[in-house]
Write a protein that binds this ligand. Structure first.
Ligand SMILES: [Zn+2]
Length: 82
């Protein structure tokens, strides 16, 4: 299982689990991925992008946002989970 940090076109960050990268591609293409905040289906992977990784390395660890996310997800712990 792989956990991806995802980002919708409105810059909402959230996470979802996939069996592998092909599973993500299949769900993304089928339109099964949507933002839990606004329902936007224009969802992209966030954590795999080189620019995101570079920013994460330069920035201090993000604060845990557990409890602030609808559905109980922890939107701030994507990097700490590695
Ligand atoms: Zn959104």
């Amino acid at each position: 299982m792989i956990r991806y940090s995802l980002r919708c076109s409105h810059d909402h960050m959230f996470e979802d689990w996939f069996s592998n990268s092909a599973d993500y591609d299949a769900k993304a293409e089928a339109g099964e991925l949507s933002c839990p905040v606004c329902g936007d289906k224009s969802v992209r992977k966030g954590i795999m992008a080189p620019s995101v990784a570079k920013a994460a390395a330069a920035a201090p660890a993000p604060a845990c946002m557990s409890g602030m996310m609808p559905g109980g997800g922890c939107g701030g712990c994507s990097f700490a989970a590695e």
